[in-house]
Write a protein that binds this ligand. Structure first.
Ligand code: NCD
Length: 330
């Protein structure tokens, strides 16, 4: 399995079948804008039928295969599948035969033999969901719930949906993404969604060590100074320091980090007065974001969580429902 953030073009092709239907969701990179918009519209439709409960996926089985910790993503995939009438298995990695040396692919083939229809996969290695999708024995769908620093497509979609509800016209938006961008699959999927939907300007802000290689985001403006990056911004997306993906030497002190890159109320005043504040969670209060900003009137953090369930319902419905929407040609 590869461990870099640049192998998306193959995934972009592999996730669409020969009839033009979405077969897996591995990445937003290369997903055409009309497909992204169709998924957001579908999520919005689930949101407006407020209870959102249906039997669309009755008889289907969805397996959550999480090899990294998760609160929001796992729970919301679980709720989304259940609200569509599917059966959900939350595969317990710690007590499974993976601890007896069974390979990941043998585990997947075992679950396929029990007629599971979808695998929601989170793994520390970039490329794991794509690898699983290439080795399936059945017609199961693979949904990437975050792989290494590579992609987190449902987070990108839920961030786009949340933003679209408040700022329907992306063309004039100035979005700043600040924090540990190098290790962030969320930043990558957000950038792909925002570009696809025509965001006016995307600014990436971090210290040099926490930025990816310059050629990875050629269409974004790069900043090292957060006071400059946030000036006049319409949206600030803050990211956690992902220490689990860093070498010990690269971990900055939390108080220094907050001084340089934390979103305080004073710093937020440099943005537009109606600047929206987003964060995928989990938040570290006082490290990348001040508690009063996270809990303040401009924060959409909990709304992002709410929208996550509807986005995951939309993706599961698109991939699994027999009467899935008409294929969209790229
Ligand atoms: C993120 C993730 O796991 O990539 N969280 C999430 O899914 N909402 C971000 C993070 O862990 O910092």
């Amino acid at each position: 399995m590869h461990n870099d953030a640049k192998s998306t073009s193959h995934d972009a092709i592999a996730q669409i079948d020969s009839d033009g239907r979405l077969r897996h969701l591995l990445t937003l990179d290369g997903l055409p804008p009309n497909r992204i918009t169709a998924l957001l519209d579908r999520a919005e439709a689930f949101r407006s039928t407020s209870a959102g409960v249906s039997k669309l996926l009755a008889g289907r089985t969805v397996v959550n295969l999480f090899f990294e910790p998760s609160t929001r993503t796992r729970t919301s995939f679980d709720l989304a599948a259940q609200r569509l009438g599917a059966l959900v298995i939350n595969f317990d990695v710690a007590s499974s035969s993976t601890s007896k040396g069974e390979t990941l692919l043998d585990t997947v083939h075992t679950l396929e033999a029990m007629h599971c229809d979808a695998f929601v996969v989170r793994h520390k290695e970039s490329g794991t969901p794509a690898t699983i999708s290439r080795h399936l024995h059945s017609h199961a769908a693979v949904l990437n719930a975050g792989d290494g620093n590579h992609a987190h497509p449902t987070q990108g979609l839920l961030d786009a949906l949340t933003l679209r509800r408040h700022r329907p016209d992306f063309s004039t938006l100035r979005v700043v993404i600040c924090g540990d961008i190098r290790h962030s699959r969320v930043a990558r999927s957000d950038v792909h969604a925002l570009h696809a939907l025509g965001a006016g300007e995307i600014r990436l802000c971090a210290s040099a060590e926490l930025l990816p290689d310059a050629d990875e985001f050629p269409r974004c403006r790069i900043f090292h100074n957060f006071d400059e990056a946030i000036a006049g911004a319409d949206v600030a997306i803050m990211l956690r320091l992902q220490k689990e993906r860093m070498q010990a030497a690269a971990i900055p002190s939390e108080s220094d980090y907050f001084t340089r890159y934390g979103l305080s109320a004073a710093r937020l005043q440099r943005a537009r007065t109606d600047c929206l504040v987003m964060h995928p969670g989990p938040i570290n209060r006082g490290v990348e974001i001040a508690a009063d900003v996270a809990d303040g009137p401009q924060s959409l953090i909990l709304e992002q969580v709410t929208n996550g369930v509807f986005v995951r319902m939309a993706v599961l419905a698109e991939l699994l429902a027999a009467d899935s929407t008409t294929p969209l040609r790229a």
